[in-house]
Design a protein around this ligand. Structure first.
Ligand SMILES: NC(=O)c1ccc[n+]([C@@H]2O[C@H](COP(=O)([O-])OP(=O)(O)OC[C@H]3O[C@@H](n4cnc5c(N)ncnc54)[C@H](O)[C@@H]3O)[C@@H](O)[C@H]2O)c1
Ligand SMILES: O=P(O)(O)OC[C@H](O)CO
Length: 334
């Protein structure tokens, strides 16, 4: 935990943004500027100290957290900026805003998705469109559901950056009495693994919804780990220990947790919902929906055999009935 003071801006009004605000505000030396898209939410938090839309039991300490509806005001004078908006919408708050907005700031992506139009990692987009330097870029990984943060349950995060020093600095602001944050220099590996585990969790949901049991899911998840390994080796080859919690741990929590949006989304598809009906039913965003298409596109360049991710792609984007797609997948598992 840090003792000196610092200012952090959190951008996003969903469950993960709310959980990150709670974590950051645990440290007495941290002042949080919190930007939310919805003006009504900003007003409600100012008046009642709770986010009415997500994790509405989490107390927002007004001595440490100031909600904003103006993005430029929220960014004024801060050293750290955390982006916690689903990848499909992460560009929206910045349209028409100067490319210098992040100058001299550490920019941290809490997003576990790819920009769906560009098939880009969020940190690559920040480098491309805002010229954020490698040392000022990092991403938050690790198995961590916002709902458990809300309950103050012990959790572990991994902060990844091309610069281990920057990762360690960011990890220190995200460490608190119930969160332990470590540092990694495998930025791409941690980001891509976080994107892929969402697709795999959808596969777990689909098969569970179809009536497959724990025996099948264990095989699915084991095979998924090899799929992730082969994909990472193709897009960013380097030594990495995939049993670390930022890779295997995040896959496991998303594949098995009652809180997983991606698993729930897949489960509805497996039970016979159409994609549109499942989206309507969910109040939250399942990143795997967009990621399945982006990973499919990226893999057209690499040709890595990825039968599980491909099964999800076929079901979501090619209208293949889930039972047919899983029947075909069974032959590829071992
Ligand atoms: N929730 C978690 O436990 C968790 C944990 C780790 C990482 N993440 C990642 O954090 C990111 C944010 O996810 P979340 O869980 O906070 O999302 P959420 O589903 O809880 O909230 C949705 C957010 O998207 C915004 N939104 C919805 N539709 C929009 C639109 N049309 N335009 C602009 N914004 C829109 C909402 O305002 C809200 O801020 C995702 O990449 C997710 O994978 C989430
Ligand atoms: O609820 P999910 O499926 O979006 O997963 C949330 C987190 O990424 C788990 O670490």
């Amino acid at each position: 935990m840090l003792s000196s003071s610092r200012k952090v801006t959190v951008i996003g009004g969903g469950s993960w943004a709310t959980a990150l605000v709670k974590i950051l505000a645990e440290n007495p030396g941290t002042k949080v500027n919190w930007w939310l898209r919805d003006k009504k939410d900003v007003e409600h938090i100012k008046r009642h100290h709770y986010n009415p839309s997500y994790l509405s039991d989490v107390y927002i300490n007004p001595k440490r957290v100031t909600p904003y509806e103006s993005l430029t005001s929220a960014l004024k004078g801060t050293e750290y900026v955390v982006l916690a908006i689903p990848a499909a919408f992460v560009k929206d708050p910045f349209s028409g805003i100067s490319g210098k907005i992040f100058e001299k700031k550490q920019v941290i992506s809490a997003v576990k998705g790819l920009l769906p139009d560009d098939h880009l990692l969020v940190t690559d987009w920040l480098a491309r469109d805002f010229s954020v330097s490698k040392e000022n870029l990092s991403a938050i990984g690790g198995p961590c559901h916002a709902e458990e943060v809300a309950l103050g349950k012990q959790s572990y995060l991994t902060i990844a950056s091309h610069s281990l020093e920057s990762a360690a600095k960011v990890a220190s602001i995200l460490t608190c009495r119930f969160v332990s944050a470590g540092a990694s220099d495998d930025l791409y590996g941690v980001e891509y693994a976080a994107v892929m585990k969402n697709i795999i969790a959808m596969a777990c949901g689909i098969t569970h919804g179809l009536g497959y049991g724990d025996n099948f899911q264990a095989v699915l998840v084991s095979n998924a780990m090899s799929e992730i390994e082969h994909f990472l080796n193709a897009v960013d080859p380097r030594p990495r220990q995939l049993s670390a919690s930022a890779y295997l741990g995040d896959l496991l929590v998303t594949a098995y947790s009652q809180f997983s949006r991606n698993r729930l989304f897949g489960n509805m598809i497996g039970r016979g919902y159409s994609v549109a009906a499942a989206q309507l039913e969910m109040k939250m965003i399942a990143e795997g929906y967009y990621a399945a298409r982006s990973i499919h596109r990226i893999n057209l360049r690499h040709g890595v055999p990825m039968p599980i991710s491909e099964m999800v792609y076929q079901v979501i984007y090619e209208n293949v009935p889930p039972a047919t797609a899983v029947e075909a997948l069974k032959k590829a598992l071992h």
